[in-house]
Write a new protein. Structure first.
Length: 429
């Protein structure tokens, strides 16, 4: 999607957006998405739907920085878990929802590993403007997310199969029934997700960091970030573009395999499509399915693949893969720093650590890791990591190749006896 910027009122400098801060009584100025409406003007602002998304903060996190190998003052966490539905998906949903309403849609559908459906269900129930139809794979959705879809009253269709299966079906069904599709194939969602980068810049007083590190699932975020910086540069609002690091889970690593192993790139609009088809054919022939504890990125056929490799070109990007063990250890470090996140989000921190150890990211650089979802989204993974119950650990994590919990904070078992309890507290505190 491209705008005719020369015919639109574009701010002359990014700090012009600060004038919106004094108008928090206006929901479109309060929204962390719509206060940047000038940079995503596909629907008139008065018709944009908001539930207060994007009130998220960039946190300096020296403790996590130490773990990653970044000098004090250099590592930041953009905590998108603080959105109304608990994940960054609300940034894009407010945009897709606004577009859906502007074309008169009455029902919206999505396939989801959980957070998109939670977000859609929330927008539908808060605004009462549309009905949500949600497709999820069976047994593939974290309870925090499923509970949201159900609680918000969305029609939830559980398909036997995984995300990739649910995705294929929702496309057919929405076409057949004329339902508006809000999956990441929806380009308006990416427009909303650009604002995550605008807020990062805002928090850094409009200074461009050196690196943006983001988990890669359907590759909507990475695509949106590339577009955001491409446009800011095009508009002369920044003079430099940060580098992008996209982190796959090792059990769902299509982007890593194609970009880093096979050298696939955007080539200014002429990528090797045949190589991608060959890769998918081999994947299907070998019946390879995505598998990772980071369910939000458990995706083998990322729908935004082409847009993402374009973003990699724009931002001189790199791709890495991290194991579930690395993801959970990083997640525990993020949690210990006070900003809990779900497993997929911690892939960004694990990936940053890997890139520092490789010398790709320098210890003195300014690095922003995106924490995509809230800690409470997937309590099972967290409890299993910290548990003393070996059976639970094995069931949830052992099957995923996770063998130790280096940063486990174990509950202390003690009998219901005052002296014993006091003794235990004195021993451990
Ligand atoms: C959707 C999601 C992702 C994956 O993001 P993409 O834009 O699809 O790459 C990562 N983390 C969380 C928590 C998500 O909900």
């Amino acid at each position: 999607m491209a705008y005719a910027w020369d015919r639109l009122p574009v701010p002359r400098k990014l700090s012009d957006f600060e004038r919106k801060w004094s108008r928090r009584y206006d929901p479109h100025c309060f929204s962390g998405v719509w206060r940047f409406h000038d940079l995503l003007p596909f629907v008139p602002v008065e018709r944009c739907v908001t539930v207060g998304e994007g009130q998220t903060l960039l946190h300096l996190a020296d403790g996590v920085g130490r773990y990653v190998g970044i000098n004090p003052g250099g590592l930041f966490l953009q905590y998108e878990g603080m959105n109304p539905s608990g994940s960054f998906k609300d940034n894009g949903m407010s945009a897709a929802f606004s577009h859906a309403r502007s074309v008169g849609a009455e029902r919206a559908a999505c396939a989801s590993t959980g957070n998109t459906s939670a977000s859609l269900a929330l927008y539908c129930s808060v605004t009462r403007l549309m009905k949500a139809v949600i497709f999820v794979g069976s047994g593939k959705i974290a309870y925090g997310k499923l509970s949201q879809a159900l609680d918000y009253g969305a029609l939830t269709v559980q398909i036997s199969g995984d995300f990739d299966d649910a995705m294929a079906r929702v496309k057919e069904v929405s076409k057949e029934l004329g339902i508006y599709l809000v999956n990441s194939v929806n380009p308006f969602r990416l427009e909303g997700q650009k604002t995550i980068m605008f807020r990062v810049l805002e928090a850094l007083r409009w200074e461009v960091p050196d690196w943006i590190v983001v988990p890669g699932g359907n590759l909507g975020n990475s695509s949106a970030f590339g577009k955001a910086f491409f446009e800011l540069k095009q508009l002369g609002l920044i003079d430099r573009v940060p580098r992008l690091a996209i982190i796959n889970a090792a059990g769902a690593n299509t982007l890593y395999e194609l970009v880093e192993k096979q050298g696939l790139s955007w080539k200014q609009g002429d990528p090797d499509g045949a190589a991608v088809c060959r890769y998918y054919d081999e994947m299907d022939a070998g019946q390879r399915r995505a598998s990772t504890i980071a369910s939000a990125i458990e995706i083998n056929r990322p729908v935004n693949f082409n847009k993402c490799i374009r973003a990699i070109e724009v931002m001189d990007g790199v791709v890495r893969e991290v194991t579930d063990q690395q993801i959970l250890d990083a997640k525990a470090q993020v949690g210990a720093g006070g900003l809990g996140c779900e497993p997929a989000s911690a892939a960004s921190v694990a990936g940053a650590k890997k890139l520092v150890s490789e010398g790709v990211i320098g210890a003195d650089e300014r690095v922003v890791c995106i924490l995509t979802g809230h800690q409470l989204k997937d309590p099972t993974a967290t409890v299993a990591y910290h548990t003393t119950d070996q059976e639970l650990f094995n069931k949830v994590l052992g099957s995923r190749g996770v063998h130790r919990a280096a940063f486990a904070n174990r509950a202390v078992a003690v009998s219901n006896d005052l002296d014993e309890i006091i003794k235990a507290i004195q021993l451990y505190s």
